[in-house]
Design a protein around this ligand. Structure first.
Ligand SMILES: [Zn+2]
Ligand SMILES: [Zn+2]
Length: 433
C-alpha cells in the first residue's frame, strides 16, 4: 500500500467507493424485500429495529436505510444510478427525501451534475417549498371541514361531511368500538334465547355503522360530552376468575368492564403489572368482599427495576418505558422480587404473553428469550461469515454482472460554475410558483 503514488491511492478510493455504492444498492434491495415481506415482524418493533440488532447500525442510520430502501422502490432511475455506482449513497439519500416519480428524472440529472454539497443545498431549498405548499394544503383542508345534517322527504336524516384525517380516524375508531359493543350484545342476546330460535338476520355493514353512530351519540350525551382525562379514557378493568389467571388453559371468565371477552393470556398480561382490586364473588356472582387497591409491584421495587433494566430487555429493543413482567406470574405464586421481574415495553410484554415468546432467567442472572418455535433469540446475533477478501469478492461480482466501475464513475460533471439554488428549484419543482 505504501508504494502507491497519491494519484493511484486517490483513484483506488474513488473506485472502491463506486463499488460500495453499487453494493449498497443491492443491500437496499434486500432490505426493501425483507421489509415488504415483514421479515422483522417476529418480535421487533420495526425493520429498523431489526436492522440495528442484526447488523449493528445505530438506530438513526438504520431508520434512514429503511427509509431510503422504501423510497427507491418507487424511484427506479435513482435506484439504477446507485446500482451502477454513478451516484453516491449520500446523494441518493438526500434526493430520496424530495423525489417523486414525476420529479425523479430531473433530480437525477441534477445529482449527476452537481456535487454532494450542491445536492444538499438543493434538497434543503426544495423541502422549504414543499413545506410551504404542505402548510397551505393543511390550512385548506382545515377550512373545508364540514358536517351537514338534514332531513329528506320521508323524515330520514342525511349526513354528509368532510373531516380532517385525524378527526376522521377518531370517528372510524369510535365507530369500530361501538360496532364491537353492539356485536357482543347481539351475541349475548342470541345465546340467551332458545337455540331453536331463528336468529335475526345479521345487519349489513352500513346498517351496523348507523347503529354504531346512534350508540356513540347516546353515550356522548349520557356522559355529558366529556372527553375525560387520558388515563381514565384508557383504563381497563378486567374481571377474571382466579383459576383462569393462574392457568390460561383453565376455564374461567376474563371479561372487560364493558362486557367484552379477552383471552386468558391477555388478562394475565394486564394483571402482570397493574393496580389490583380483588373482589371475591359467591356462587351466584355477587361480590362478597373487596380488598383495598394494591399495586402489584410496589414503588420501591419498580424504581429498582427501572434502575437495573434501564429499558425493555427484549433483544434489540431498549425502549425506555416499560411494564414490570413477572417471569413466573404472581397468580402462579411467582414472587414480586427483582429476580422474578423483567422490564418489557408494551409491545414486547404482549409478545411474551400473547405471541408465544418465552423468557427465563439463567442461574447467572442473564435473561434468555426464545421465539415461539423454540429457537433462541440472542441479545447479539452471531456474526455473518465474511470471505477473507471481501473487497475483491465485491469487485468480482460487479465484473461478472457487467458493471465496469472505475475512478471516474462517481465524478460529477460540474465544471465549477456557481449554483443558483433558487433558479434550479424554480425550474424543477412542480409547486415552485
Ligand atoms: Zn407479564
Ligand atoms: Zn421492547
Amino acid at each position: 500500500m505504501q508504494d502507491l503514488s497519491l494519484d493511484r491511492l486517490g483513484d483506488e478510493i474513488a473506485e472502491l467507493s463506486a463499488h460500495l455504492a453499487a453494493g449498497t444498492a443491492h443491500l437496499l434491495d434486500l432490505i426493501r424485500e425483507f421489509d415488504a415481506r415483514d421479515g422483522w415482524n417476529g418480535g421487533f418493533r420495526s425493520c429498523a429495529g431489526w436492522l440495528s440488532w442484526r447488523v449493528g447500525l445505530d438506530p438513526g442510520a438504520a431508520r434512514e436505510k429503511v427509509r431510503v430502501a422504501r423510497a427507491l422502490g418507487t424511484l427506479p432511475l435513482l435506484a439504477q444510478a446507485l446500482a451502477r455506482g454513478e451516484l453516491s449513497y449520500s446523494k441518493v439519500r438526500a434526493l430520496t427525501r424530495v423525489a417523486t416519480p414525476e420529479t425523479e428524472d430531473q433530480l437525477l440529472t441534477f445529482g449527476r451534475t452537481g456535487t454532494a454539497a450542491h445536492v444538499e443545498r438543493l434538497v434543503r431549498g426544495w423541502r422549504r417549498v414543499d413545506r410551504i405548499a404542505e402548510a397551505r394544503e393543511t390550512a385548506r383542508k382545515h377550512k373545508s371541514r364540514a358536517l351537514h345534517v338534514y332531513q329528506d322527504e320521508d323524515g330520514m336524516v342525511i349526513l354528509r361531511g368532510r373531516l380532517e384525517p385525524e378527526v376522521g380516524a377518531l370517528l372510524v375508531q369510535a365507530l369500530a368500538a361501538a360496532r364491537e359493543t353492539l356485536y357482543q350484545q347481539r351475541r349475548a342476546a342470541e345465546a340467551a334465547s332458545c337455540p331453536g330460535d331463528v336468529s335475526e338476520e345479521t345487519p349489513s355493514m352500513a346498517q351496523q355503522q348507523a347503529d354504531a353512530l346512534a350508540l356513540l351519540a347516546e353515550t356522548a350525551l349520557h356522559h355529558g360530552v366529556d372527553p375525560g382525562a387520558p388515563g381514565a379514557r384508557y383504563q381497563v378493568v378486567v374481571h377474571v376468575d382466579a383459576p383462569a389467571l393462574a392457568d390460561p388453559d383453565q376455564p374461567g371468565q376474563s371479561v372487560l368492564e364493558d362486557g367484552a371477552h379477552v383471552s386468558a393470556e391477555t388478562s394475565r398480561r394486564l394483571a402482570c403489572d397493574a393496580s389490583r382490586v380483588v373482589m371475591r364473588h359467591d356462587r351466584d356472582g355477587r361480590v362478597v368482599e373487596v380488598d383495598a387497591r394494591t399495586r402489584t409491584i410496589p414503588p420501591a421495587i419498580r424504581r429498582a427495576l427501572h434502575h437495573r433494566d434501564h429499558g425493555c430487555r427484549f433483544p434489540g429493543c431498549g425502549v425506555r418505558f416499560g411494564q414490570g413482567h413477572h417471569i413466573r406470574h404472581w397468580a402462579n405464586g411467582g414472587p414480586t422480587t427483582l429476580s422474578n421481574l423483567a422490564l418489557l415495553c408494551r409491545r414486547h410484554h404482549r409478545a411474551v404473553h400473547e405471541d408465544g415468546y418465552q423468557l427465563d432467567r439463567q442461574p447467572d442472572g442473564a435473561l434468555r428469550f426464545h421465539r415461539p418455535d423454540g429457537r433462541l433469540l440472542p441479545d447479539v446475533p452471531p456474526p455473518p461469515e465474511v470471505p477473507d477478501d471481501p473487497v475483491n469478492v465485491l469487485r468480482a461480482r460487479h465484473e461478472a454482472e457487467g458493471l465496469h466501475l472505475h475512478a471516474r464513475t462517481t465524478t460529477p460533471s460540474w465544471l465549477g460554475e456557481r449554483l443558483d439554488v433558487g433558479w434550479a428549484i424554480d425550474v424543477m419543482h412542480p409547486l415552485a410558483r
